[in-house]
Write a protein that binds this ligand. Structure first.
Ligand code: PLP
Length: 354
């Protein structure tokens, strides 16, 4: 900490992103990116003409992209908020809907960014333990009188809760935002978007980083009541109205136009996930029931941190969290069939060496 930093950030512990190695080619199964490139339409739209227009600011409203997303999700353009990745949206939600009196709750084992934002804005927060089987017990989030943040499917477990449970949470917290983070919903989860019309306190956030193969472009969106979207716009226009660049906006539009391509990729990933789960179980792993593009697995014979390190030596990167309740596990992003075949070979080698 420098002598210039405001003392209010003294205790702040920043988020640690997964490794983005530059030293060698790994089979990269550690940050839940898509193994597939963006659609041919996206690649075609980012052309010399678009680059030439970079001397102009982008549309701060993102009108065309909002219209396309609204149509795709069966809502109105006023129900859509766009931002620079969904982390940006989470940031805005904590900034807009919480303060030192309006607290937040989220699962103890979940996306590591939630407590960072809560600390950043000095929001009192409660981390609610998962059940023994790593599932979220919805009753723990009813009548909490705070903003509720739930990743569904949850990370890093991959497990989901149902819409009935989400509705109970929404009904019992009518004066607070219930933020459902659907970063992984396209891999077989159930979206809460259909409930937006009924519950003005529901906010669903989504991202182009996982199922839409655009982690490097930074684009996320939220779907919610007009009331909530107006609040988020107010914060965005008070910080950085041009927070989505021109190239990302056109890429985002082209991706909606080629939605079929991404749906097919998600199907491939689901099939590869199911095959990988089966193979790991055959090797003696315990694997949680995943509805995401990653799986969370552990083996009696090897501690998570060691498994991670041995895989890395063999050129395969996965993610390990040094956290008491989950340190036996590693999180494995689902790649292509060819990548998973190598991952499984290396895994079998590591187990045989024991
Ligand atoms: C990856 C992820 C995000 C962030 O995605 P970006 O759009 O790349 O910022 C948000 N929430 C969860 C649970 C994630 O796993």
């Amino acid at each position: 900490m420098s002598r210039f930093l405001s003392p209010r950030f003294e205790a702040l512990e920043a988020y640690t992103p997964g490794e983005q190695p530059r030293d060698q080619q790994y089979i990269k199964l550690n940050t839940n990116e898509s193994p597939f490139p963006p659609s041919p339409e996206v690649i075609e739209r980012i052309n010399a003409d678009e680059v030439r227009r970079l001397h102009l600011y982008p549309d701060p409203e993102g009108k065309f992209l909002k219209e396309k997303l609204a149509k795709l999700y069966g809502v109105e353009k006023e129900n859509i908020f766009l931002s620079n990745g969904s982390d940006d949206i989470l940031n805005f939600a904590f900034m807009a809907f919480c303060d030192n009196e309006r607290g937040a709750v989220f699962p103890e084992i979940s996306y590591g960014f939630y407590p960072v934002y809560a600390d950043l804005y000095q929001v009192p927060h409660m981390k609610i333990p998962l059940k023994e089987d790593f599932s979220i017990h919805y009753k723990d989030y009813c009548n909490v009188n705070k903003m509720v943040v739930i990743a569904n499917p949850n990370a890093p477990t991959g497990m989901e809760i149902g819409l009935y449970e989400i509705e109970e949470i929404l009904k019992s917290n009518p004066h607070h935002v219930v933020l459902i983070d659907e970063a992984y919903v396209d891999f077989g989860g159930t979206s809460a978007v259909g409930l937006v019309e009924k519950y003005p306190n529901l906010m669903v956030s989504m991202t182009y980083s996982k199922s839409r193969s655009m982690a490097g472009a930074r684009l996320g969106f939220a779907i919610a009541s007009k009331e909530i979207i107006e609040d988020l716009e107010k914060i965005k226009f008070s910080t950085n109205p041009y927070n989505i660049n021109r190239l990302t906006l056109v890429a985002g539009e082209a991706a909606v136009d080629s939605d079929f391509y991404y749906k097919e990729n998600s199907k491939k990933i689901i099939a590869t996930r199911e095959a990988t789960v089966k193979a790991l179980k055959n090797l003696g792993f315990i694997v949680l029931d995943s509805k995401a593009n990653f799986i969370f697995a552990k083996h009696d014979k090897i501690y998570g941190g060691e498994f991670y390190a041995e895989l890395k030596k063999k050129g395969v990167l996965v993610r390990h969290f040094e956290k008491e309740k989950i340190k036996d596990f590693v999180r494995i992003t689902i790649g292509t069939d060819a990548q998973m075949k190598i991952f499984l070979q290396k895994t079998a080698e590591i187990l045989n060496e024991r």
